[in-house]
Design a protein around this ligand. Structure first.
Ligand code: SF4
Length: 302
């Protein structure tokens, strides 16, 4: 069965998971198809914050043409330091019909991109796939990237097997108390770990074509936080013991105190170069072989 046939077959089940909504582990159980909203404030209409040829992703994702990012508004987490809070938490963006979104997919494909990169897709994945079905054949031949917080429903993931080509989840925390305080998500750790295991089972290690462009696989992102709040040591030890040291890791240095972080004394400053280098050395010493690092003095970014 090809990807379009798989989506057609599974879309009814995915839409069913919106009513009552169990699209993420919060299981709000609101009837989104009747206009009710849960934690993520999303209804049955897709709202998009932006779309672009994004060149700031990891090199095999952005390549030379850029990654076709579709940035969904709203989010299943509530990070008090979110750099994208006007869209993720304040609801900025524009609603699109499936046909209109399909036109955007087709246009991006015609202009030239390496993949479709669904950013923060968890709460709207049925709607994104419904729109994708209306896109051009050229668009449908591109890999689908699922770029998320790593707080996912295993039932939804099982329905995405064979549809998503590349998963890019975060590993944000190793401590649920911290996850609760900083992201309003006090069951993040167990759900995140189950998510990473399932994604790795589905797609395995990252595969590149002859031009170095990703075609399939997994990249795990980790944003280093001040005062070791991201639990880097515990998370990377878990990753090594669970998924091994071949897994691709993107270690991000860009933390700065956005949104409400200024009011939180533990995260009201950027990370220091020393904090970033400490995590980078940890990852190297644990033996991870496929790591993208950033300039520790780099600030801002996606
Ligand atoms: S997707 Fe939104 S409404 Fe559905 S369970 Fe998650 S937070 Fe709740």
């Amino acid at each position: 069965m090809n990807k379009a046939e798989l989506i057609q077959q599974r879309l009814p089940k995915l839409l069913d998971l919106m009513s009552p909504c169990r699209l993420c582990p919060r299981n709000c159980l609101v009837n989104r198809l009747a206009g009710e909203t849960g934690f993520c404030r999303s209804t049955d209409r897709i709202k998009v914050a932006s779309w672009a040829h994004h060149r700031g992703e990891e090199p095999p994702i952005s390549g030379t043409l850029g990654s076709g990012t579709i940035f969904a508004s709203n989010c299943t987490l509530g990070c008090i330091f979110c750099q994208n809070f006007p869209f993720s938490q304040l609801g900025g963006g524009k609603e699109f019909s499936p046909d209109k979104l399909a036109d955007i997919f087709s246009k991006l494909a015609d202009e030239g991109i390496h993949n479709f990169n669904f950013v923060t897709p968890t709460h709207v994945i049925p709607l994104l796939l419904e729109a994708w079905l209306g896109a051009s054949r050229k668009a449908q031949e591109l890999p689908i990237v699922y770029n998320c917080s790593g707080y996912e429903s295993l039932e939804v993931l099982s329905l995405l097997e064979g549809i998503v080509d590349i998963y890019i989840p975060d590993i944000k925390y190793a401590d649920n108390q911290v996850a609760g305080q900083l992201s309003q998500c006090s069951d993040y750790v167990e759900n995140n770990r189950a998510t990473l295991i399932e994604m790795h089972r589905q797609v395995g290690e990252l595969k590149l074509d002859n031009n170095g462009i990703a075609t399939h696989g997994l990249i795990i992102r980790h944003l280093v936080l001040p005062h070791s709040l991201a639990g880097s040591r515990e998370s990377f030890n878990w990753l090594k013991n669970t998924l091994g040291t071949q897994v691709h890791i993107s270690l991000m240095s860009q933390y700065f105190p956005a949104h409400k972080a200024h009011h939180h004394e533990m995260i009201n400053r950027p990370i220091t170069a020393d904090e970033y280098v400490e995590v980078l050395e940890l990852v190297e010493n644990l033996g991870f072989e496929n790591v993208w690092a950033q300039d520790p003095d780099e600030k801002g970014g996606a």
